[in-house]
Structure formats: C-alpha cells, structure tokens
Design a protein around this ligand. Structure first.
Ligand code: ZN
Length: 375
C-alpha cells in the first residue's frame, strides 16, 4: 500500500487530493479540505499507532493534549501545555462541566492553535493569517509567538483597543478592516490568495479541527473510556462541535468507546443557521447580542455540522439573550468564571431537558469554553 503523507489534503466534497507541498486553504472546487488519511490508520506514514486498548496510563501531564499524538497529524512542536482541562461535577446542572477556560489563552481555541501552528512549523510556513478579534485571534497570535512565526490578525476596525493591544503584545500585527464581519474575512482571504500568507483559520484549516478533536479524547479518558449520553456545546462555525464529533468517531473506530454521544448544539437567536435548517426560520429568530462569540450566519462547514447532528441523533436549538444572561449569573454564582458566550451551553442543557429531548437521567458533559477574565 502506498503511504499517504500525514499532511496530505483531500477535498471533503470532490475527493481531489493535494500533497503538502501544494497546501491550500480550500479545494479548487471551493469546499473545505481535510487530511487525506487518519494519522492512526495503516496507510498514513505517521509511525505511531494507537494500541488496541486505551493505554493504562494515557496522559502525560507535561505533554498535555499531545498525550494523544497518535491521533494527531504532526508532533507537538508548538505547545504551551494546553489540554488536559479539568472535568468537574456540576450538581446544580446534574452534569459534568469540562473547564476549557483554564487553557493558556483562556479558551478551547488553544487546542486548535497548538496543532495548527505545529503543522505550520512542520511545513516551514513563515507567516500565518487569521480573521478574528476574539478567542481564535488571541490563540493564533499567542501560538505564533511561541513558534516564532509572524502573524497578521484581521479584525473589525471597531475592535476594542484592549484586544488590539493584546494581539500586538504577542508580536502579531492587527489588520483593521472597515465594514462587516464578512469584509474582515474577505480581506484576510485576499491576503491568502495573493500568496503571502498561510490561513490558520478556525473555520477552514483541518489542523484546527484535529486539535479540537482532543476534547473528545480527554472527555472519554477522564470517564474511564466511556462516552457520555450527550454533549451540549455552543455552535457557531462548529470549531468545537465538529472537532468533538471527529474525536468521538475516531475513538469508536479504534474501539476505545462503544457508543457515540448525541451532539446537541446551542446557537444564538438571530445567528442560528443550523436551527433554521432543522426547525425553520421561526425557531431561529431573535437578536442575541450577548453570545457574541458564535454570531456566525454562514458556517463554512454547515453541511458537515448537519451530518454530525444526523449521525448522532443530535439537534440544535437557539437561545435568547435573557437565557444566556441567566445562565451566566448561575455559573458565576457557583464558581464557574466564564465569559458570556459559553453560558449558552448550560442554558441549552436546561431547555433540552424541558423539551424532553434529553431524559432527566441522561449523563451529560458540557464544555465551558471561554474565560471570564477577558470579558
Ligand atoms: Zn473539491
């Protein structure tokens, strides 16, 4: 069998392939690209295969999420000790919370930033770009600093001065763009298309999703290799939602877990394209400006998100500003120091139970994705 390079790409729609030397941010057909081979499969030239059984000692605290290197496309060249976030009981919610906000830059985006910058370093990239004034921008700027790689972070011209300064402090260059959020992305893509930079996108880059998949490996490892009945997650571009799906699917494929959890998404009213696709526009309507980290009208991987929901008997619901604010108060009142956006997931858990989507005794994990220190 011919070995596939672990960084070779394949199109998720037309199956066209690209070797690592001709890496691009999306397929010529316009669709998102994926790694052509699973790192752990026999035809990938990775060298590290997962054991048939989960190892008794699965985690090296110094390696963090790179304890799961067998499932990752490259080695952890660019790391700040991310991953292995706590999984704690949350009795008031009758659930377990995974505290992603204790990550190096305060959000789960560090999972994707460590793998994305590690792949960039492996490919010899000298400049990366990202479009985000939020958690993804902070994570990419910080991991680029760790890698010694230049980074341009495209942000709306209206970005808060403090966010701009934190990008500059990491040695990255904020690039303010006038106009809509879409205009920011367009300007970033123009820079990529002109050939001057590598797109470290949390929406497009498959390396980012390989990183967010480690969320699932850790959840199962921390539960003695049992998957929960359901995971309730914030859903914007699907950076964590799809990563989690891929991670759980991988564990089932290698036989480390028996069942897939249901993936239940939480979207902000007024920015809920997945809810609209599943339940109609009425169910998605509103104007939730509090959960500003997931205000995505056109997720790049919308078809993949809908497939993941279908494959796991999942769902998506939209939550109002009031629901998020109430959940945020409840979280802080019980010691969970989170940003507003991620309070949407515990709010959704309550609604899923009220609606009967989740049985009262369902075993549920909820990630708390971002820190209150930044909000
Ligand atoms: Zn294609």
């Amino acid at each position: 069998m011919t070995e596939t390079h672990p960084l070779a790409l394949a199109c998720s729609v037309c199956s066209r392939r690209y070797d690592p030397g001709s890496w691009r941010w999306r397929c010529d057909c316009g669709a998102p690209l994926e790694f052509a081979a699973n790192p752990w499969s026999a035809d990938a030239g990775h060298g590290t295969q997962p054991d048939d059984e989960p190892p008794a000692s699965w985690a090296d605290t110094r390696a963090g999420l790179w304890s799961f290197e067998a499932f990752l496309p490259t080695d952890g060249g660019v790391s700040l000790g991310e991953g292995l976030t706590p999984l704690v009981d949350a009795p008031a919610w009758d659930a377990e919370f995974k505290l992603e906000y204790v990550s190096p830059t305060g959000s789960f985006k560090d999972r994707g930033a460590t793998t994305t910058l590690s792949v960039a370093a492996a490919l010899g990239v000298d400049r990366v770009v990202e479009d985000s004034s939020g958690n993804a921008g902070a994570a990419i700027a910080t991991y680029a600093a760790r890698a010694g790689i230049d980074a341009d972070i495209y942000v709306p011209a209206s970005v808060k001065p403090a966010k701009r300064r934190s990008i500059e402090r990491a040695g990255a260059t904020p690039v303010p763009v006038e106009g809509s959020r879409e205009a920011v992305t367009d300007a970033c893509v123009d820079a990529v298309e002109s050939g001057n930079a590598w797109y470290a996108s949390h929406a497009w880059n498959p390396a980012f999703f390989a990183g967010t998949a480690t969320f699932a490996y850790e959840v199962c490892a921390q539960r003695e290799w049992t998957a929960p009945d359901a995971v309730v997650l914030p859903l914007g571009h699907g950076t964590l939602f799809l990563g989690a799906y891929r991670g759980f699917r991988t564990l089932r494929e290698v036989g480390w877990i028996d069942e897939m959890p249901r993936l239940l998404g939480a979207q902000a009213t007024g920015y809920a394209p997945i809810v609209a696709a599943l339940h109609g526009r009425e169910a998605a309507a509103g104007a939730n400006e509090v959960a500003d980290g997931i205000q995505i009208r056109e997720p790049v991987r919308k078809a993949q998100i809908l497939d993941a929901i279908d494959a796991t008997d999942g769902d998506a619901i939209a939550l109002s500003e009031t629901a998020v604010e109430n959940a945020l108060d409840a979280l802080h009142g019980r010691g969970f120091y989170t940003e507003p956006t991620c309070a949407i997931a515990p709010a959704a858990l309550e609604l899923y139970r009220d609606r009967g989507t989740l049985a009262p005794d369902a075993d549920v994990v909820v990630p708390l994705t971002g820190s209150g220190l930044k909000s």
